[in-house]
Structures are given as C-alpha cells and as structure tokens.
Design a protein around this ligand. Structure first.
Ligand SMILES: [Zn+2]
Length: 132
C-alpha cells in the first residue's frame, strides 16, 4: 500500500512542471549561500587577523614579564627569515610558512599562510606604513 503510493508520487514529481522551477530556485539559493560563505570566510580571516594582532601585541608586552625585560630580549633576537605571525593554537609567534600577500576585505594588507609547526592558518597584518 505505502509502496504503491510512493511510486505514484515519484511519477507525479517527475512529470510535474514545477520540478524544474524548484531546482532552479534551490540552485539560486545555493549560489547565494556559496557567495555568503566566501564573504563570511573573508570576514573570519579579518577577525582572526585582528585577534592575532592583538595577541601578538599582548605577547610583545609580555604578560607578567614587564616591558623592560621584553625589550631587552627583543634586541638580541635574530632577524626573521620571513613575515611572522601569532599562532593562536600554540599561543606564540611563528614564521609564516608559505606566506603570501593578501588584501583583506577592509583594504588592509596582510600575509597569510600556515604555522610551520602545527599547520594552523596564521595571518599577519602588514603595518599601514609599509603596505604597498
Ligand atoms: Zn602553530
């Protein structure tokens, strides 16, 4: 009984002219969501970059250490062999692996790549003066 009804419904759907319209509507909705995803993922990148920036600033100021101590250790630090970013997974600064220059949605320039140690995505915003 139920089997027969299901088969009949299938035939009706295949024949129905509204099916194409429904597919078109769903594809339209899908396209909109895909676009939305791209936009949001860009926004997510920006938010993460801002977070990383602030965390890096906090790290630079040295929570607990005091700025004087931190400044002393930074003087002797070796020159970085590439743009550095804050790895949020490991909570420390790393040299970006496979760094590439990107422009964020807000117009700011940044380096995006991955953490060489854990592979997490990292982003470093380029200082406003050096962008270009
Ligand atoms: Zn990492």
């Amino acid at each position: 009984m139920a089997k027969k009804r299901k088969a009949a419904a299938g035939v009706a759907t295949a024949r129905g002219s509204g099916r194409d319209r429904q597919v078109a509507r769903l594809e339209q909705r899908l396209a909109r969501l895909v676009k939305d995803e791209a936009k949001r993922s860009r926004q997510l990148d920006e938010v993460r970059a801002r977070q990383a920036e602030l965390r890096a600033q906090i790290a630079d100021l040295g929570a607990g250490g005091g700025p004087g101590v931190k400044a002393a250790t930074e003087v002797g630090a070796p020159a970085p062999d590439g743009p550095r970013a804050y790895c949020m997974r490991e909570k420390r600064k790393v040299t970006i692996a496979g760094a590439e220059r990107v422009v964020l949605g807000n117009g700011r320039h940044a380096y995006a790549g991955s953490c060489p140690d854990c592979g997490a995505r990292v982003i470093a915003i380029v200082a406003a003066g050096t962008a270009g």
